[in-house]
Every structure is written in C-alpha cells, then in structure tokens.
Design a binder for this molecule. Structure first.
Ligand SMILES: Cc1cc2nc3c(=O)[nH]c(=O)nc-3n(C[C@H](O)[C@H](O)[C@H](O)COP(=O)(O)OP(=O)(O)OC[C@H]3O[C@@H](n4cnc5c(N)ncnc54)[C@H](O)[C@@H]3O)c2cc1C
Length: 399
C-alpha cells in the first residue's frame, strides 16, 4: 500500500513544517493525524518504502489493535507510574470508536484482545485515511542522515532538508530488523542528552540449554496450559515447545521479566493433582502413572515426562516428589531468541526525561518521543498498540 495523494518522492529542496515526525508506524501516523486535525502542518518521514510494515505483520496478520482490559499493570517501565496519564486520556474505547467509524469488522479473540476480522491492512488504511483527512504529508524512502537543532529542528535525508520547530521521534524498537527496525531513535535521544534504559528483546521465545533441548525439543509443536513464574511475576496461559526451546503466550509474557541466569518456575498442571489416582490404584506402577499423566498433559509430553521423572519405587514420598516436580519445573533458559523473533523491545528512552502528559523532552522543548522507542512495554495482547495510540495522542494534542 502506498499513501495516496499525500505521499511525496524525494526532491532536492527544503520543506518547512510545523512538526516533523520520524517513523510512519502506529505511533507516528496516529500522532500525525491528531496534530494535523488541530491545524498543524505535519510531515512524516519514513525510512521504508511503505507505511506501517510492523502493523501489517502484527497479530498474525490480523492486528490485535487494543485490549479492552487495558490497565497500567499491563506495562513494564523503570517508572511504573509514567504510562498512567496517557493511558487514561486515550482509552481503548476511543480507538474502538475510530475502528467502528471506519467500519472495520473486528472480534474479541480471548482475554479482551481485539483483532481485525479481515486483515491488519484495515488498520493501516484507517491511519492513512486519518492522515490524509488531516492534510498530513508522508515522505517514504526517507533515510535520515542528520538531525540538528538550532532555533528549530533540521532533518536531512538523501537530497532533502526538512525544518520545523517540533520533532517527534516515533521510530519504534529494535525487533524484526529485516523489516527495517533501526536504532536511530535511541541514537537521537543520546545525541540530545537524554538517558536510555538498556534495551532488551521482550515478548520473545526462550532458548533452552543444550541438555534440555536434547530432552524436550523433539516435542516441537506440543503445547500445554501452564503457570510460569519468575520471583515476582506469573502468567497462566499456553506454553509451546519449539525446536530450540519454549514459546507460546505464557513464555512470551514471562520473557519480558526474565533476567539472564535466573530460573523460571513452571507449574505444568495448574490446579490439578496427578498423584491421588496413582496412590489409589490397585497397583502403583508406571501404567497407573501413565493413565494419571495423560489426564493432565498432552500425550507425548506426558510420556516424556514420565520417562524422565518416574520414580524407582512408588512410595508416598516418591509420589510427593513426582507431584512437586510437575508443579515446580525449574528451568534456567540459556538465552532468548533475540530481536529477530522478539515482538517488542523493552527499555528505551528513559521516562524521567519526558513529560508523562505530552511525551515532550524536559531538557529540549519541542522534542518528543512516542511509542515503542520509549521505556514503556506492554504485555502480549494488544497493549503495545494501545500504548502507541495513547502516547501518540498525548503528543499529538500538545503539538
Ligand atoms: C511480529 C509482531 C507482531 C506484533 N503483534 C502485535 C499485536 O498484535 N498487538 C500489539 O499491541 N502489538 C503487537 N506488536 C508490537 C507492535 O507492533 C509495536 O509495539 C508497535 O508497532 C509500536 O509502534 P511504533 O509506532 O512505536 O513503532 P513501529 O510500528 O515499529 O513504527 C516505527 C516506524 O519507524 C520507521 N523507522 C525506523 N527507523 C527509522 C528511521 N531511522 N527513519 C525513519 N523511519 C524509521 C519504521 O520503518 C517503522 O515504520 C507486534 C510486533 C511484532 C514484531
């Protein structure tokens, strides 16, 4: 999809605007439309050859565009209070109203997660239409060579110079480099003296150590409902074996909190007891255990678990240990699958540097950071887009 009417090819000239926005992703486009509606002359500079590439691949191609149960607790940040103001001032119901205005069919999949019925392109079309109606100009294929600040911001691309008193950085995170993620947003923050909270891949599959890979990774594709925990956080959802480790919603969620070298605790049979029926069986043996485990775990995983954990004898104490191991599988992941497979980047521009009402830099008035480049990271389930919309609205209304 190309922006119609509003897109420009590069020419050797200087353009003056009221605001320049770097990045035509979720946050950048939404902010541009919001500011454009308020009469600002806005240009969006996008490095890629089309807008919203990450939106198009989001939610398995259907874009989980918000979550109706969005609360500040669904976000990670060094400052847990920072996101509250923007989230309260632009709520999921406001974005849903916009989706309905554009007659986009959608449905709730699970846990308040709203997805497009047709495709994520409905959301990029919505953003493009809002920008067009607001008179926003979108410049694709804009590789930014230099950003300077004198009495205004000057952004130089291959052959064009853009000038404006306001610069909004909406360049997103580092995940999925092959669709054009760059670190330029973080570099700009540093250039203007803003601190960065160390970035790391989040909502990302985990890699198991070689030994556990050998024991479990031929179960690729097998999934089970689990509770997975770190010392301070727990998620109850599905876990999936992959060819190098673990994924599925439970693992993606906990990955955002996992620290390298630290263990994860996994309850493989939440709320269920597997050993009572073994204790009561006529003969306590492997066959009784198989029957019991097949009732709580997928077949291949149940069989593997018993191969590795079945006791020598079947004393009460052995059965206690068998039950305990099932509810407390302790694993120390070797690594994450990195930015190539991460849905988002945790960390980013330190929120201490920004106004929580407007996303404007406290050090340099006129400079704004919105969306994923900021140190606010949502849980899985539409929360990252809600942050993109909310932070964009906060900035867009202040431009
Ligand atoms: C596979 C996948 C699935 C996802 N699914 C969901 C989901 O269903 N629900 C959800 O809430 N979140 C989802 N996310 C996360 C969500 O896509 C992001 O959090 C969201 O897109 C962030 O919005 P943003 O505008 O900050 O960044 P982006 O949407 O990433 O936009 C940044 C834009 O800036 C451009 N850019 C980068 N560097 C430069 C530069 N130097 N100059 C100019 N332009 C630049 C990029 O090309 C891009 O267009 C998913 C992420 C991935 C990777």
């Amino acid at each position: 999809m190309q922006p119609r009417g509003s897109s420009k090819t590069l020419a050797s000239q200087t353009h003056k605007f009221d605001a320049l926005i770097l990045g035509a992703g979720a946050a950048g486009l939404f902010c541009a439309a919001e500011a454009g509606k308020r009469g600002r002359r806005v240009a969006v500079l996008e490095r890629a050859d089309r807008i919203g590439k990450k939106i198009l691949i989001s939610g398995g191609g259907r874009c989980n565009f918000t979550n109706i149960h969005c609360r500040p607790e669904n976000f990670l940040s060094a400052n847990e209070h920072f996101a509250k103001s923007a989230l309260a001032r632009y709520t999921p119901s406001e974005f849903i109203a916009l989706v309905e205005k554009h007659r986009i069919p959608y449905h709730e999949k699970t846990l308040g997660q709203l997805f497009c019925d047709r495709s994520a392109q409905d959301i990029t079309n919505l953003l493009e239409a809002e920008c067009r109606d607001a008179g926003v100009e979108i410049f694709l294929n804009s590789k930014i060579h230099e950003v300077q600040h004198t009495n205004e911001f000057v952004v130089r691309t291959d052959s064009t110079e853009f000038r404006a008193p306001v610069l909004v950085v909406a360049t997103g995170g580092l995940s999925i480099p092959k669709i054009g993620a760059t670190a330029q947003g973080y570099d700009l923050a540093r250039q203007f003296g803003l601190k960065i909270v160390k970035t790391r891949p989040a909502l990302v599959p985990l890699v198991l150590p070689k030994k556990e890979q050998g024991l479990y990774c031929d179960l690729t594709g097998v999934s089970a409902g689990v509770i997975v925990s770190t010392d301070h956080h727990s998620f109850r959802e599905q876990m999936l074996f992959t060819h190098r480790g673990l994924s599925g919603p439970a693992i993606l969620q906990i990955s955002s909190y996992w620290e390298r070298g630290k263990p994860l605790r996994i309850d493989l049979a939440p709320d269920r007891q597997v050993t009572p029926s073994i204790r009561e069986a006529k003969t306590r043996n492997l066959s009784a255990a198989r029957t019991a485990f097949l009732g709580v775990l997928p077949k291949r995983f149940a069989e593997r678990w018993l191969e590795l954990h079945a006791p020598q004898s079947w004393t009460n104490q052995d059965l206690d240990w068998l039950e305990r191991d099932l509810h407390e599988w302790i694993l120390v992941p070797a690594d994450t699958e990195g930015y190539e497979k991460a849905e988002v980047t945790a960390g980013g521009v330190d929120t201490d540097e920004l106004s929580s009402k407007t996303m404007e830099s406290r050090k340099l008035p006129g400079l704004f950071f919105i969306g994923e480049v900021v140190d606010v990271t949502g849980h899985l389930g539409g929360f990252n887009f809600q942050w993109a919309w909310a932070s964009a609205a906060a900035a867009g209304r202040a431009l």
